[in-house]
Ligand binder design. Structure first.
Ligand code: FES
Length: 321
């Protein structure tokens, strides 16, 4: 555990949907957790080699407890399977300090949320905040089927508490003959609103297409694991200019795997392209960007990259390491 990690115990685990559990943590000494705004996530340090980012289900304004939600990915490489199968109430692990790549514009006149599956988690924290502050919101929540949608009761209760200030539209694919949620139609009905999306990649792509013409400060997107199927294709030469090393990234490896294996000092945290900790300057070559941090313009410049998840489009990549 590092100095900045917070020792916690698992206080409670709850079934939230077919493949989703929520996990409540409590600090070991009862001290307050750092504050976290709606949309924030923490890294859960499950053991020495296993660290994953999960969104908080509510903001942290004080107190010793916080809760994340974890969807068991069918192709889990260890993180979500570990949470579902091994982690149990009473276990002692550690959390990072919260970070937020998906902040809420809390004072907006109108806020429209599109959530898919486990993507509801950071949005739930936002809905709680807006409801408590008497701000209006509209949620469109898509899941493959009713039983796969987490937090249905909480969302229904929040909408009731918000009265006429909130509306919820559920979209269960199997009850719609397999039709997907119509994001352009939702957004077209709300010109001027702040719009948010968190969900699976096809939903995010549809959302980004539908919002391409909107002012960027009104468009908010969270990618959980842009790198889940990360740059594992490898097969390129990696030159570290400052260290004077030339390494090979083999198929199946990330750049970060190779750096760690060769004891090259590098900062990292989420290992999923979501936090920005591993950002590294590119001196030569064309990265294959797979993170959720860089903008399109930043990607096009090819002068920086997230080494935990991104690969290379060129045979040789020279980094400032
Ligand atoms: S470690 Fe988080 S973006 Fe690379």
């Amino acid at each position: 555990m590092t100095d900045t990690e917070i020792p916690v115990r698992v206080k409670q685990m709850r079934h939230e949907a077919d493949t989703v559990v929520s996990v409540e943590f409590e600090t070991l000494d009862g001290s307050d957790l750092p504050q976290a705004a709606p949309g924030a996530h923490v890294d859960v340090v499950l053991n020495d080699g296993l660290r994953r980012s999960y969104s908080l289900t509510r903001e942290i304004t004080g107190g010793a407890r916080c809760t994340v939600a974890v969807h068991r990915a069918p192709d889990s490489k260890g993180g979500s399977a570990h949470v579902h199968d091994i982690l149990r109430v009473g276990d002692r692990i550690a959390l990072s300090r919260p970070r937020n790549n998906f902040p809420l514009a809390g004072g907006a006149e109108a806020s429209v949320f599109v959530a898919g599956g486990i993507g509801i988690t950071p949005i739930l924290a936002m809905l709680r905040h807006l409801t408590r502050n008497g701000r209006p919101w509209e949620l469109h929540y898509a899941a493959r089927r009713r039983g796969a949608a987490a937090f249905r009761a909480e969302i229904t209760d929040l909408a009731a508490a918000a009265g006429g200030n909130a509306t919820v539209t559920w979209h269960f694919d199997d009850e719609q003959g397999g039709a997907l949620i119509n994001i352009p139609a939702i957004l077209a009905a709300h010109p001027g609103a702040h719009v948010y999306c968190c969900g699976p990649e096809p939903m995010l792509v549809a959302f980004e297409d539908a919002t391409a013409g909107l002012p960027r400060d009104r468009v908010h997107v969270e990618r959980f694991s842009a790198a889940e199927e990360a740059a594992r294709d490898g097969g390129f030469e990696l030159v570290l200019q400052r260290s004077g090393k030339t390494l090979q990234v083999e198929p199946g490896q990330t750049i970060l795997d190779v750096l760690i294996a060769n004891k090259v000092p590098v900062s990292f945290s989420c290992m999923e392209g979501a936090c920005g900790t591993c950002e590294t300057r590119v001196i030569e070559g064309r990265p294959d960007h797979r993170d959720a941090i860089l903008t399109e313009e930043e990607r096009a410049r090819n002068d920086t990259m997230m080494v935990c998840c991104s690969g290379s489009r060129s045979d040789r990549l020279v980094l400032d390491l």
